[in-house]
Structures are given as structure tokens and as C-alpha cells.
Write a protein that binds this ligand. Structure first.
Ligand code: SAH
Ligand code: SF4
Length: 430
């Protein structure tokens, strides 16, 4: 059923009711109860549903033939009943000099999204009160042994200058892959985005469509497979900060979260969702029993400036957004994250920093500063580093934890706000 905020309910009845061989029924995205129902219609016992759940999400089997826990006859019957597993195709894969990988993943209807693999993450969770935030804080602490602990960091340092063509990743990266400690996947929730922020390349695509829960999960499974991640061994974080506004595809996004926790085995404390400020969904999100951590793209400290760079502020004002955040039920130790993209000469004044202090004071929150990641058609400049540091110090001196996010994969258009299906790499200004 369409919703007034642009989200859509996942058409479950259509999926699990499907016994018609001419119709395709997607298994990815179904929960245990729905699998039990679907298999029950084929006369199968409930334990079969558990086996399918395990094969889909834990084993990451991408086709029915690989479900060796089921009999060949049952696999055939599932296939004849129209059931499929819709993993996306890796259409393109770009590898950055810093180890970041940008995947262009294509779905059956020809639409594609981007999903980004960041060895060691980008520091975005530092200080948010979670285990992954503590790990990032630890990484930021300058100790003489830090470089020894971080194989991927050393490799990134050595090969920062030049992106590595696919298939020729350096021996250092291969080594760091084996010793992996921590990585983050940046996940898309829509194809394109309708929100139209002035500094974001995804906005230029417009909204093409919502992703289903199965498609959101399939991106993660495809990257985990390609990077040979063992969820139980590696410290994996998910950030829903790729293409799209997750809270405008709320039901599919939340369904995906629940399946990632229950099916794939990634704890919600290792997930962060970022919203541009879809106020009614913030309250819904706060009431969820299982939910990721919340980040909000603030980007400007007053109504006129925010309206100029994030026109959605006309619909949901900064005042309403801040009121919703003051009511948001945080967990023990949890902090809200405010994202603030610094646009040179627009929102990076020290006066703006003081306004951010006034807005955020009293909330259990931290601020992530992101110097604009540039791109063609983006009419803003990246501020100089000393301005970013000066902005940060106004916040920290006022007692507000503020961190500067490391740009990851700028050379391959994989950094925040650069996801726009870019197939050719354009030389970026230094
Ligand atoms: N739509 C959601 C999540 C995806 S955008 C949101 O807006 O929150 C993820 C983050 O990238 C947001 O904080 C956004 O403000 C930031 N961003 C967008 N364009 C950017 C750019 N060109 N440079 C740096 N950060 C950018
Ligand atoms: Fe959409 Fe987020 Fe980009 Fe704004 S910043 S256009 S909400 S993806």
C-alpha cells in the first residue's frame, strides 16, 4: 500500500502466495514465519524453513541448486513453484588507492545501485557510544603501536596515490584481507534519491525506485561474498548511507535490518542509519525494538541556510527536526550523530559552528564533520583543512564531541555524496 511519505509496503502476500510457475517469487527478504508459510503450502515441515533461512542468509547461497541441505526433489519443486534468489550482478567494481571498493550492482529490472566496501571504515562511528564507535576512537588515538596494529592502514598509506585496477590489488591488501580486523559496508536503500540536497551527486539521479528488503540485503551478501568476510570472525559495520533516503523507504529498510540481525547475524549495534530528517519516521524508528543507531544530516544550523542547501527543510523544519530528536529515546551510552558537510564559504564560518553548539547543546550527541567530497555538477568548494579544524575546535571547546570523517575512495567516486553511477573516473582536484 503506498504511503504518503513515498515509502511502500513490501508486497508480501504476492511473494509468499506465489505458486504459479510463470510468476517469479523472491525468497530473499522473507522471514522465518513467511518461509514456513510458503514451504507449508508445498506440504513441507517447518524445519525446512529454518534450513532455507540458514542457506539464504548465513551460508549466502545465491541459487537454489546450492541448497544441498534440501533434497534435489524439493529444490526442483521450489524452482517449479517460481521461487528464485535475486542476487545482483556486479556490473562494475572500482578499487581505490585507499583500499575502498565501489561496486555497481545491477538488479534484474536493469536498475543498479552502488555499495561501498571500506576496510577500517571512515571514522564515522567514533564516540557514538557503541562497540564499533569505541574501536574507532581507539584507532584515532595516536600511539606508537597504532601502525603495527593496522595492516590495511599501512597498505593504504603506501598506495594512496594510485587506484589499483581490479585483479591487481597489491600484496599488502591481500595480506590485510587475511588479517582483517574491521570494515564497513555503505549500503543503498533506494535507486537514486528524491530529497534533492544541493551538494549531493545522488540527488542528480532523482528517485528511480525503492529497493525491496531483499535487494537491500542482497547488496550486503554480494559484498560479503566478494570480500570473503566471515561475519562471526570479522568486525563488520553497516552504514545505511549509500544512495537514497532510508526513511522514505522505511518498511523495506526496517525489514532488511531485522533479517540482517536474525538471519545474517550482524548485531544492530554495528549498524547506523542516516536520515536527512524525515520527522514522522524518527518517532517510528525510536519505538522499534530492534534498530540501528541514528545519524542525522544537519548540514546547516539555521532554517534559511538549511532550506537553501536541503530544500526538504521546507517540509520538515529544523525546529521540528530538533524537537523530534529531543524526544528520541536513546539507549544506555548511545549518542545521536549529527553529520555536517562543510561547504567552503557557505556553512563553514565559525559563527555557524557557534550556532551548531547552541542547537546541539543539551542533547546526548556528537558531530561528524565531512569536508565536501567534490564532483562534477556540484556547485560548492571543499574548505581548506585549517577551516575544518577551526570549526571542529569551536565544537570541542564547547564540550561537544566532534570528529572529522576520513574521506574514503574519493578517487573512485565512492565517498559520501558521490554515488551517481559514475562509470568513468574523472580526475579530481587535489
Ligand atoms: N540520505 C541520507 C543517507 C545518505 S547520504 C542522508 O542524507 O542522511 C550520507 C551522508 O553523505 C549525509 O550525511 C550527507 O549529508 C552526506 N553527503 C552528501 N553529499 C556529500 C558530499 N558531496 N560530500 C560529503 N558528504 C556528502
Ligand atoms: Fe538524498 Fe542523502 Fe543525497 Fe540528500 S544527501 S540527496 S537525502 S542521498
Amino acid at each position: 500500500m503506498p504511503r504518503s511519505d513515498g515509502g511502500e509496503r513490501y508486497p508480501l502476500t504476492q511473494h509468499i502466495g506465489c505458486m504459479n510457475p510463470t510468476q517469479q517469487c523472491e525468497l530473499l527478504g522473507l522471514c522465518l514465519q513467511e518461509l514456513t508459510e510458503a514451504l507449508g503450502r508445498l506440504g513441507e515441515a517447518p524445519y525446512r524453513a529454518r534450513q532455507v533461512l540458514d542457506g539464504l542468509y548465513r551460508q549466502r547461497w545465491s541459487s537454489l541448486e546450492r541448497f544441498t541441505t534440501l533434497s534435489a526433489a524439493l529444490r526442483r519443486r521450489l524452482s517449479e513453484a517460481g521461487f528464485t534468489i535475486g542476487w545482483p550482478r556486479v556490473e562494475q567494481k572500482f578499487i581505490s588507492g585507499d583500499g575502498t571498493v565501489r561496486y555497481l550492482l545491477g538488479f534484474a529490472d536493469g536498475q543498479s545501485v552502488e555499495t561501498v566496501w571500506m576496510p577500517e571504515g571512515d571514522g564515522g562511528e567514533a564516540g557514538d557510544g557503541s562497540p564499533s564507535g569505541d574501536e574507532e576512537l581507539e584507532e584515532l588515538r595516536p600511539t606508537p603501536h597504532r601502525a603495527e596494529r593496522s595492516e590495511a592502514g599501512k597498505a593504504a598509506e603506501r598506495s594512496r596515490k594510485h587506484p589499483i585496477p581490479e585483479g591487481q590489488a597489491s600484496a599488502d591488501f591481500q595480506q590485510s584481507r587475511r588479517n582483517r580486523q574491521r570494515a564497513t559496508i555503505c549500503v543503498s536503500t533506494q535507486v537514486g534519491c528524491a530529497v534533492d540536497c544541493a551538494f549531493c551527486m545522488t540527488a542528480l539521479l532523482g528517485l528511480r525506485r525503492n529497493l525491496t528488503a531483499g535487494e537491500i540485503i542482497a547488496q550486503i551478501l554480494a559484498v560479503l561474498h566478494d570480500q570473503q568476510v566471515e561475519v562471526e570472525r570479522d568486525r563488520l559495520n553497516l552504514v545505511f548511507m549509500g544512495q537514497g533516503e532510508p526513511f522514505l523507504n522505511y518498511d523495506n529498510f526496517m525489514r532488511a535490518v531485522r533479517l540482517l540481525v536474525e538471519g545474517v547475524g550482524i548485531p544492530e549495534s554495528r549498524m547506523t542509519v542516516s536520515t536527512s530528517g524525515i520527522v514522522p519516521r524518527i518517532a517510528d524508528f525510536g519505538a522499534e525494538p530492534v534498530r540501528p543507531k541514528l545519524a542525522v544530516s544537519l548540514n546547516a544550523p539555521n532554517e534559511p541556510l538549511r532550506t537553501r542547501i536541503m530544500p526538504i527543510t521546507k517540509k520538515w523544519t529544523l525546529a521540528k527536526l530538533m524537537a523530534a530528536l529531543r524526544d528520541f529515546p536513546l539507549r544506555n551510552r548511545e549518542r545521536l550523530t549529527f553529520e555536517y558537510v562543510l561547504l567552503g564559504g557557505i556553512n563553514d564560518d565559525l559563527q555557524h559552528a557557534r550556532e551548531v553548539v547552541d542547537l546541539v547543546r543539551g542533547l546526548k550527541a556528537k558531530v561528524n564533520l565531512i569536508a565536501l567530497n567534490p564532483g562534477p555538477e556540484i556547485p560548492f568548494a571543499t574548505p581548506a583543512e585549517d577551516r575544518v579544524l577551526a570549526f571542529q575546535s569551536v565544537l570541542t571547546r564547547a564540550g561537544i564531541p566532534a570528529f572529522i570523517r576520513r574521506p574514503r575512495g574519493r578517487d573512485i567516486y565512492a565517498a559520501c555524496g558521490q554515488l551517481k553511477h559514475t562509470r568513468e573516473l574523472v580526475q579530481l582536484a587535489p
